[in-house]
Design a protein around this ligand. Structure first.
Ligand code: DX5
Ligand code: ZN
Length: 227
């Protein structure tokens, strides 16, 4: 179970300080939301910000590209210190070449699926990815409410992983708090992106520890062991 605080919810006047706080809070991953004002109706930050944060922490950098033309950004983000780059399945014909481009850069490959997009669209790529991101809000903004209709997609992703003996992680992103993280864990998620619910707390360390405890307690694999 991995907790990935989303820097989008940090104070944009001091990303570095908040990234270090996330590290000291015990989070293994840092989720970096890249928005282009086209694929989503918002802008966030670019490779220069990621490059500036990179020397401050050893956390795994999970770069979520909500962008219409990720092909022009993959190399800059790879050079800036991304460990993984997530592209969206909604890009259609571009998905396959983008996956190869990320592999060529020797980075982990993530594939994201938006709430209105059928989960079946990710099926042809499951053998080629390290992580499947099931979006649980429509991307573009932090602080939105979790969309419960996305839970069956997590169950489907978990069923495919089990049936095909694959290893990809199942990540959830959007409206994740202690309650919805527990629901996602029970459905099969193992990687939890959370912005508002973590950075909004006075003690980030306490918030990460609590979320970790809750998702571990709801891990179906551990429940099997208890039986
Ligand atoms: C949404 C982004 C998320 C966002 C989540 O477009 O992909 O990563 O930071 O924020 P919260 O946890 O506040 O919903
Ligand atoms: Zn994200």
């Amino acid at each position: 179970m991995i907790i990935a605080p989303s820097l989008l919810a940090a104070n944009h006047a001091h990303f570095g300080k908040d990234a270090v706080r996330a590290d000291r809070a015990g989070a293994e991953w840092l989720h970096l939301d890249i928005m282009d004002g086209h694929f989503v109706p918002n802008l966030s930050f670019g490779p220069q910000a990621v490059k500036a944060i990179r020397p401050l922490t050893k956390m795994f950098f999970d770069v979520h590209l909500m962008c219409s033309k990720p092909e022009i950004l993959l190399e800059p983000f790879a050079r800036a210190g991304a460990d993984e780059m997530i592209i969206h399945v909604e890009l259609g014909d571009q998905v396959e070449p983008l996956i190869w481009q990320i592999r060529k850069l020797e980075k982990k490959v993530g594939l994201a699926v938006n709430p209105p997009t059928p989960i079946a669209l990710v099926q042809p790529f499951l053998e080629k990815i390290d992580l499947l991101l099931v979006m649980t809000v429509n991307p573009g903004f932090g602080g939105q409410s979790f969309i419960h209709e996305c839970l069956p997609k997590i169950q489907q992703a978990e069923a495919w992983r089990r049936e095909r003996k694959l290893q990809y992680r199942i990540e959830v992103d959007g409206g994740i708090n202690n309650q919805t993280a527990a629901e996602c864990a029970r459905a099969g998620a193992d990687t939890f992106v959370a912005g508002t619910s973590l950075f909004g707390q006075r003690s980030l360390k306490g918030a990460v520890a609590k979320m970790r405890k809750i998702v571990n307690a709801n891990d179906p694999a551990l429940a099997d062991l208890k039986v």
